[in-house]
Design a protein around this ligand. Sequence first.
Ligand code: HGY
Ligand code: MN
Ligand code: MN
Length: 416
Amino acid sequence: MAAPGENLRINGERLWDSLMEMAKIGPGVAGGNNRQTLTDADAEGRALFQRWCQVAGCEMGLDSMGNMFALRPGTDPDALPVYVGSHLDTQPTGGKYDGVLGVLAGLEIIRTLNDMDIRTRHPIVVTNWTNEEGTRFAPAMLSSGVFAGVHSEDWAKDQRDASGARFGDELRRIGWEGDEPVGARKMHAFFELHIEQGPILEAEGVDIGVVTHGQGLSWTQITVTGRDSHTGSTPMPMRRNAGLAMARIIDKVDAIAWGHAPDAVGAVGHIEISPNSRNVIPGKAVFTVDFRSPDKAVIEDMERRLREQAQIIADDMQVEVAFEKVGGFDPVAFDAGCVGAIRDAAERLGYSHRDIVSGAGHDACWIAQVAPTAMIMCPCVDGLSHNEAEEITPQWAAAGADVLLHAVVETAQVIG
Ligand code: HGY
Ligand code: MN
Ligand code: MN
């Protein structure tokens, strides 16, 4: 396939303006975003993205999980489309670029091809995957997981947020439940541009991460049940303190991850304690353990150690402990052909690049199960993400989008 000329570049200013415009929707309290999935802010961001896609001449498809697909026709109607995209939903204290860069860089590719009147044989489709973050409704990458056949649609739509709201009801309430059967679409390839969300590229002064693999993830929700009682009048030996048991288990999570240094990671970011009253020994604690590693056997070993050690703590403290796997996926190797197209594009465009394993999970990790898939990463300042202070530079955004443009256009085959 003929490679595009190295002078084929996106319009970095236009991309940056679109990122800043989208960032106005669902603002956080410290300069980032709180545009959680299926909220009114999510609906507003979707509407803006749809308007931009329509102005760019795309036809918008919408499936029954709310996944959005903006199609730019190719010259061969029988050719499977090349998909590009990511997610517009954010963490509650999220940044302006996590996911959003990948969606709007996809739109920028369409805008650039329109400007230059370039036609491709394969159609190109820009995608917004619903609920990548998994923060309001677990698990992460929920709708790309349904698309890839990993989760059933019914199970996904029955997921509930902390207030008890049901995913399917919220999707319908915001008016973004489509008729298209989820997963019906077939892809020629899928490319996702994403900020690294870690420190490696910036520390090494490298413009482009050529993502060869995504590390695996495991989410175990633990429920500890003790007994509510008075913090003042209950003698220490009589207490069945679910909060203290949780604290001791969380300490073990950290030690288990360190036990598999340097690649494994572990933390607890979600904690619910009840009755959460200053003068009541907590009788219940619910929390989610997040383990990750590039090695599946290490993830399984960390899960096993967690259950063993949590059970010992529970028995010792006379509390009950229950475990529920609420999310996870195996380490994924991306498609060598797509990875090569990305690496060649970075080389052709003169951007420094290095192979990298994704520390975070992405929709591409599920889509890799149904189509040749690969990812591109750009650096982020101090490697910080899932924090309102998340920052990138316009140059990093443009470099990532240029490489995405070349990889997509080469794969979609330029006709003229
Ligand atoms: O959890 C993740 O890795 C992603 O940010 N949803
Ligand atoms: Mn993301
Ligand atoms: Mn994220």
